[in-house]
Design a protein around this ligand. Sequence first.
Ligand code: GDP
Ligand code: MG
Length: 163
Amino acid sequence: MTFTLAIVGRPNVGKSTLFNRLVGKRLALVDNQPGVTRDLREGEARLGEMRFTVIDTAGLEDATDDSLEGRMRRLTERAVEMADACLFLIDARAGVLPTDEIFADILRKKNAHVILAANKAEGKAGEAGMIEAWGLGLGEPIALSAEHGEGMGDLAAALAPVA
Ligand code: GDP
Ligand code: MG
């Protein structure tokens, strides 16, 4: 049995960095070609012994401010509907921002199976953000560093019940 995991969260938290690490190919860069617009990217992820489909929600980074919220909401809802579980990323260094709360609400309303992770948690700079993450009411946050590959064992453990 395989499953589909959607990586969701506001721009710049590290979704594509994690996607690239899980998929092992720089698929995300493909969409940076001029004229290519694809808001959801799919790849085959490997994490330890696990194999699953992963979806990266992109296409928010270049949205203008007035279109951002609607676009973000539609895109995230689509990803949630396609997925068995959602990995909700926040930035441990930035802490919980109002935009993160909007994502948390979308996920709650959709009744998604949510795994919360605070990315950029390498070193001490992410410690306060980890504590703030509890305040989202989505359970225990996983400390991740997509860039440095830290926390991948904890991520695998959190995904085991989904698999
Ligand atoms: P996205 O907009 O959510 O897809 O975020 P990106 O994957 O494009 O990453 C946004 C920025 O955060 C980039 O400059 C990344 O290099 C950086 N980043 C991603 N993961 C980490 C991490 O684990 N630690 C740190 N310090 N920076 C990271
Ligand atoms: Mg991205």
